[in-house]
Ligand binder design. Structure first.
Ligand SMILES: [Fe+2]
Length: 309
């Protein structure tokens, strides 16, 4: 299978106390470690209640935006495979040592054509869940706030979506489930792509914009009701909501976009249809982008394209 999922999103926050309140109390993530980075920055590690590995979100104090993403492969040998493909694509790949990230094994690291740092690894400390695997209940009884089960996907920006799509295809074996194009003609330009390696509707989406920026990272919820309840809790906790609850035409996902206290955009996401590589990608043209992104409003808000971290 190669890449199984986005294992972790490591992001920067301006104020750790405020950030902890948001990610732990509102989103309900479980803190698994607090430490100091080699550069001397405070870090906090989190996992969702339905995640087995040590962490899926890392907050690092000092700025905003994304530090890096970790991608977990199914087999140890997949690391070598991805490394060979990344080199063949022309990327500069370095080896990452066990312990470079707490509780994560060795692997590789490279900077993508979009100027994001990707790490690829296989081993992570499995700390398990409260439910376990033996006759498990369906959710933990004492969830906090939204109680997000898991990290789901991210959306990043780049000035060359086509090259990034090709890299994700050639190096990660991803395929596009949805695309936004300048036209349906053969000479179209791809300005947005939603990509996955499995049946998840997308693991990473890429849209046109500045290099190296974060648009949002998203947490998976169970259904529409959970998305609505999440929005209620955001109001209770005075979390700035960007848009929603609403639905995406692209992916059919149900969503709320909101901001953490540092201004990084988060999303809670549910639904989306099952993806298969033999299903042709849905293609949206730019004139219908409003409906594609916000299916009910049918138009983008200005923040969608301007607020990035
Ligand atoms: Fe999203």
């Amino acid at each position: 299978m190669g890449i199984m999922r986005m294992g972790y999103a490591h992001v920067r926050v301006t104020d750790m106390t405020e950030a902890k309140n948001h990610y732990a109390s509102t989103l309900g993530l479980y803190e698994t470690l607090e430490d100091t980075s080699p550069e001397g920055n405070k870090r906090v590690f989190y996992k969702g209640w339905d995640e087995w590995d040590h962490h899926s979100v890392v907050l690092e104090e000092g700025g905003v935006g994304v530090v890096k993403y970790g991608w977990k492969v199914e087999h140890e040998a997949d690391i070598d495979d991805v490394e060979a493909k990344a080199k063949a694509f022309g990327l500069t790949v370095e080896r990452m040592s066990k312990g470079d990230n707490p509780e994560i094994g060795d692997g590789i690291r490279f900077v993508t054509p979009s100027e994001h740092v990707f790490e690829v690894y296989h081993q992570a400390t499995a700390i398990g869940t409260e439910l376990g695997t033996h006759n498990p209940e369906v959710f933990p009884r004492h969830l906090v706030g939204i109680g997000a089960p898991a990290l789901d996907h991210s959306l990043i920006t780049t000035d060359d979506v086509g090259t990034m799509e090709r890299m994700l295809s050639d190096v990660f074996g991803f395929y596009a489930t949805e695309r936004v194009q300048t036209s349906l003609d053969d000479d179209h330009e791809c300005v947005g792509t939603w990509m996955t390696s499995n049946n998840q509707i997308h693991q990473l989406a890429v849209i046109g914009g500045p290099q190296g920026k974060l648009h949002h990272f998203a947490f998976r919820l169970e259904d529409w009701n959970s998305v609505g309840r999440a929005a209620d809790l955001m109001t209770m906790d005075d979390v700035p909501i960007d848009i929603g609850p609403t639905r995406h035409g692209i992916t059919r996902g149900q969503t709320v976009y909101f901001f953490d206290p540092s201004g990084n955009r988060n999303e809670v996401f549910s639904g989306g249809y099952l993806a298969f590589p033999d299903r042709p990608a849905n293609v949206w043209t730019i004139d219908q982008l409003g409906k594609g992104i916000f299916y009910h409003d049918r138009e983008l808000n200005e923040r969608f394209t301007t607020v990035l971290t």
